[in-house]
Design a binder for this molecule. Structure first.
Ligand SMILES: Nc1ncnc2c1ncn2[C@@H]1O[C@H](COP(=O)(O)OP(=O)(O)O)[C@@H](O)[C@H]1O
Ligand SMILES: N[C@@H](CCC(=O)OP(=O)(O)O)C(=O)O
Length: 253
């Protein structure tokens, strides 16, 4: 039986559980879910969190631009992030690997072919690729830190069956419900234009794109005929619960 290919994007807020520290418990939760689903699904993860990990133990001095400090923090945090994934996934019997990609890689046919071929070898050998942006080479023009878009481009390139974005809300809420503090999830979206009107400008403490970048990412996936789910990664078993429809989340077809 052909496995369902799922690309899971995990944001900084999910990984830190909205604290200042990476949550090993959250990574265990992701590993446990993948272990439970591995007979029917194969996974590719796009994970943020490099900067959040570095901020836990380092403060860099610089008179330069803020973005360069962030890039340096990402460089310090990334190997730690991968080490934590590797340790925790290994305990759950799962193998992991690291791929660092940048936007320009999606503009060159040769790079695209190499990405697809490398990841196919990894996945067919039961390795779970953990992808992050190659932050050292990211530039201002290409909005730095927007892993939602990177995840969507990767989902389209790898022809996944489902794109799951784990964030810190129960999907996309209606604007009205945010304003009245009653939080109501938009469960199914077909009209993109209408969706744009629901976004409010806030973003969470560690995140960088906000909901707008998730909607843009879903739009990239939709063009590639991929369904996007925006789910609350703060909850335990968030993917399995969404699959069983036991939690509110947003499905963008
Ligand atoms: N309509 C909306 N529904 C839900 N969240 C929204 C909406 N509009 C803006 N947001 C903001 O988007 C945030 C999620 O994006 P972001 O902070 O980038 O998180 P992540 O680190 O998961 O990528 C939410 O915490 C919320 O503040
Ligand atoms: N690539 C960087 C920044 C990514 C970032 O903040 O993205 P997100 O949490 O998905 O809004 C990192 O790993 O810290």
């Amino acid at each position: 039986m052909k496995k369902k290919r799922i690309l899971l994007k995990v944001g900084s807020n999910t990984l830190t559980k909205e604290t200042d520290n990476i949550s090993r418990g959250k990574i265990e939760d992701i590993a446990n879910q993948i272990a439970l689903l591995q007979d029917t699904c194969e996974f590719i993860i796009v994970s943020s969190g490099a900067i959040a990990v570095a901020k836990q133990f380092v403060k860099l001095e610089s008179k330069g631009r803020d973005i360069n400090v962030k890039q340096a923090l990402a460089s310090i945090g990334q190997p730690h992030l991968i080490r934590i994934y590797q340790e925790i996934f290994r305990e759950a019997g799962l193998l992991t690997s690291q791929c660092l990609l940048s936007y320009s890689d999606f503009e060159r046919q040769e790079s695209k072919t190499n990405i697809v071929n490398t990841i196919n070898v990894l996945v067919s050998n039961n390795y779970i690729p953990i992808i992050n942006e190659n932050d050292t080479v990211a530039t201002d023009e290409i909005k730095f830190g927007d892993n939602d878009k990177l995840a969507a481009l990767t989902a389209a390139l790898l022809k996944v069956d489902l794109f799951v974005i784990a964030t810190n809300t129960n999907g996309i809420y209606t604007k009205e419900s945010i304003e009245s503090k009653t939080l109501k999830t938009i469960e199914e979206v077909e009209d993109f234009k209408q969706l744009q009107a629901e976004v409010v400008s806030s973003k969470s403490s560690h995140g960088s794109g906000g909901m707008q970048s998730k909607i843009d990412a879903a739009s990239v996936a939709k063009k590639a005929n991929i369904e996007t789910w925006i789910v609350n990664g703060l909850e335990d078993h968030f993917m399995i619960n969404a699959m069983n429809s036991t939690v509110p989340f947003t499905k963008i077809k």
